[in-house]
Design a binder for this molecule. Structure first.
Ligand code: ARG
Ligand code: ZN
Length: 466
């Protein structure tokens, strides 16, 4: 039905009969050639993201009832075609879609696994701005990742823990869900009175009506879909503005409050310390969501406002804060380069410890290097984890940090710090690749670092002592 609708539109403007015949003859392949790709082309998650358009802005209006676990959603995406587009996909799994429109005109759609396939009423020319509205509802469920962990909309006893790395955004909103596509976001979140709904960025306002409370959040700087959150719970809230003008909003589950308080008190000083190393803090908002979600088993660097499944220790706070530069502001271009996020955030922990009376980075390195050749740490190289199941393993985090320590020893502290800072500032609100990083390291140091990166980043097994 979608294809013939497209044809009919084009036929209207094609008045020369033989041109019409040619168009009809070419309809099949031509329509296929202008369909947006179902994925962004990342071998780790082939269907994540979509081809043919860029989402400039998401407007998400959600209503969640923790009791029934029912989510009502309306997503308005402001997008731009990056090719001639007869059809395009969004990522969405579960949920019931009740309507899709493109530029306020009803559009045909179908579901195909995690793809929501939309046929706009007219073919969109390359470069055209368009608006997609999707209304949907249902009981969102998390996805199970290749490593067995869950992400996405994860119900808790008083709300939901909402974390999307690496593929959970599609469990709660229709997305162009690969980190190559970054967008601004507005959230309007309605929950029962007494619950708090926390998203990314700045709180614009809170209103109540009847038995509900509505929270409006704005994330202005570009954000990858996996870093979006709309976490719901019973939270104690703290708000303040730092001396540098950053708006801080902390939401803490009362069961975690006593343990979280002394750690969250350090947030401004941790962000200052990291700004000193990595360059200006990239966002206008900051904070933390400390949930009580024992089944989750990890924290996530949700943009501006990391999400913890329980009260973090200082190291974890430093780690998720470092991700605001490495992972959030500077995004991955492909999941294979995940060490650019996790190795860097882990090395930030080592540096923090070294400069705050704890173990030196060398000591952290040595303790790891002492592990035998058969240890899981050496199972695969950080620069080539080999698939989605290995994204969050020790070779990415710990050995990823070891790569940076080796680099630091090779080029010296001054140049090492210049490399980190230049990386964060030149790719701010953008993307990076492993090749881009190694090239930068060579440029800044004036050295050929092939051997170092080959050994530490790309070679399987325990490297020999240099
Ligand atoms: N990036 C997070 C962190 O290390 C970990 C996310 C893990 N996600 C998952 N589905 N297991 O800060
Ligand atoms: Zn991390």
């Amino acid at each position: 039905a979608g294809r013939s609708a497209v044809l009919r539109r084009e036929a209207v403007v094609t008045t020369v009969p033989f041109a019409l015949a040619a168009l009809l003859a070419a309809a099949g392949p031509a329509a296929a050639a202008t369909a947006g790709a179902p994925g962004a082309g990342d071998p780790y998650f082939p269907l994540e993201g979509n081809g043919g358009y860029h989402v400039v802005h998401y407007g998400l209006t959600l209503r969640y009832d923790p009791k029934t676990r029912h989510l009502d959603g309306r997503a308005v995406l402001t997008a731009r075609a990056t090719q001639r587009l007869s059809r395009f996909d969004l990522d969405l799994t579960g949920m019931k879609v009740s309507g899709v429109s493109v530029d306020h005109v009803k559009a045909a759609f179908r579901r195909d696994g995690q793809e929501l396939v939309v046929t706009p009423p007219t073919v969109l020319r390359d470069g055209r701005d368009f608006r997609v509205t999707v209304t949907y509802d249902g009981t969102p469920k998390p996805v199970t990742d290749p490593d067995g962990s869950q992400d996405g909309w994860i119900p808790t006893d008083d709300g939901a823990f909402v974390a999307g790395e690496p593929q959970g955004a599609m469990t709660w909103f229709p997305a162009n869900g690969h980190p190559t596509d970054k967008s601004s976001y507005d959230f309007t979140l309605t929950v029962p009175k007494g619950r708090t709904a926390v998203a990314n960025g700045v709180l614009l306002g809170r209103t109540t009506s009847g038995g509900t409370a509505t929270y409006r959040w704005r994330q202005s700087e570009p954000m990858a879909a996996y870093l979006a959150t709309a976490t719901v719970g019973t939270f104690e809230v703290e708000q303040y503005t730092t001396r540098g003008g950053v708006r801080v909003y902390n939401a803490v589950d009362p069961r975690e409050a006593a343990a979280a308080a002394p750690v969250l008190k350090k947030l401004p000083s941790v962000l200052d310390w990291e700004s000193g190393l990595f360059g200006p803090y990239p966002f206008r908002a900051a904070g933390a969501i400390v949930d009580h979600a024992p089944s989750v088993g990890y924290a996530l660097e949700t943009q501006t406002r990391p999400l913890y499944d329980s009260a973090p220790d200082v190291s974890t706070l430093v780690h998720e804060s470092a991700h605001q530069w490495f992972g959030d502001s500077v995004s991955l271009t492909r999941w294979k380069d995940i060490w650019l996020n996790e190795g860097f955030a882990t090395y930030a922990e080592w540096l923090y410890s070294e400069q705050h009376g704890g173990d030196s980075a060398q000591k952290s390195f040595d303790a790891l290097y002492a592990r035998p050749a058969g240890d899981a740490l050496w199972a695969y190289p950080p620069g080539d984890p080999g698939g989605g199941a290995h994204l969050f393993g020790a070779p990415v985090y710990a050995r990823g940090a070891m790569v940076l320590h080796e680099l630091r020893k090779a080029v010296g502290d001054r140049i090492f710090h210049r490399i980190l800072r230049t990386w964060a500032t030149t790719h701010r609100d953008g993307h990076g690749t492993t090749d881009g990083f190694t090239a930068l390291a060579e440029r800044e140091s004036g050295r050929n670092l092939d051997g170092l990166f080959r050994t530490w980043l790309f070679t399987k097994g325990k490297p020999d002592r240099a």
